[in-house]
Design a protein around this ligand. Structure first.
Ligand code: FES
Length: 276
């Protein structure tokens, strides 16, 4: 002992193809982190900034889950237990509004189930009845099923191809929950933008409020790249500074999808490629 090693990795696990979970030693961040907040990881000196939700924490460690989408996240995936990230900065972003609402519905799509988990746990601890929907393209891509079943009063799994659970989309799961007689007081959805758009539309039809987290659109998490710009109500917001959570019905989904379709893919890959 004697030498303090910060940001050391332990319990690295592969959760699915290209999806990894790590615990990272970060006592100061762990002491302050609240559900809904994120950190910026810089894996190597001068590396890119990768914003990641704090999925869980102990006294000294935080759990992060990431998907390999480019050069920097590919590098991160090569780190093994005992290695350390160069920097981890946070906690950042506004915390989720955790309260007693009654019956809450938590909807996660793809890798979006990871940022849903801390919100789900906190809502359960507040005494809410928690219903969860996890959606994935196929059974192989489902992650965190054990954690979700542990903290949910009811869990619905949907897959696009029917390889596990209900065949269909998370919106089909939402309709089923209501047709089964549940009365939802408030919902949260995190996943691909197109999924959050339709989850919002479905929640409006079914008559309950829904919060979405726009952390999937963040690029560097600093408030400067503009990658997470979005119109909410009549205002331009930045997900990493003003969010990441917003009321789903106030988000200008079509404008966001159009902008992401045009720029996002290039933006993300060029940012990640730029770093040699
Ligand atoms: Fe770059 Fe928000 S992620 S400004």
């Amino acid at each position: 002992k004697g030498v303090e090693v910060l940001f050391e990795i332990s319990e690295k696990k592969k959760l699915a193809q290209d999806v990894y979970s790590v615990w990272v030693e970060a006592p100061k961040i762990a002491a302050h982190a609240q559900p809904g907040q994120f950190v910026i990881v810089i894996a190597e000196e001068d590396g890119e900034r990768i914003p990641l939700t704090i999925v869980d924490k102990t006294e000294d460690n935080i759990r992060l889950i990431f998907q390999v989408v480019g050069k920097s996240t590919r590098k991160m995936a090569t780190f093994e237990n005992g290695d350390s990230f160069a920097h981890v900065v946070g906690p950042l972003g506004s915390p989720s509004e955790i309260d007693y609402y009654g019956t809450v519905l938590l909807i996660g799509g793809g890798i979006g189930v990871a940022p849903i988990l801390p919100i789900l746990k906190a809502l359960k601890e507040k005494g809410n009845r928690v219903i969860s929907i996890m959606g994935a393209r196929t059974a192989d891509l489902l992650i965190l099923e054990d954690e979700f079943s542990q903290f949910s009063d009811k869990l619905i799994i949907t897959t696009d191809d029917g390889s596990k659970g209900m065949k269909g989309l998370v919106t089909d799961g939402m309709k089923k929950v209501v047709s089964d007689g549940e009365e939802i007081d408030k919902a949260w959805a995190i996943g691909p933008v197109i999924m959050m758009k339709f989850a919002t539309k479905t929640a409006q039809e079914l008559g309950f409020p829904i919060i979405v987290s726009l952390n999937p659109i963040m690029v560097d998490g600093t408030g400067m790249c503009g990658g997470c710009r979005v119109t909410v109500g009549d205002n331009v917001k930045f997900a990493c500074v003003d969010g990441p959570e917003f009321e789903g019905e106030l988000v200008e989904w079509d404008e966001l999808l159009k902008r992401l379709g045009q720029y996002k893919v290039e933006e993300k890959s060029s940012l990640e490629e730029k770093k040699k």
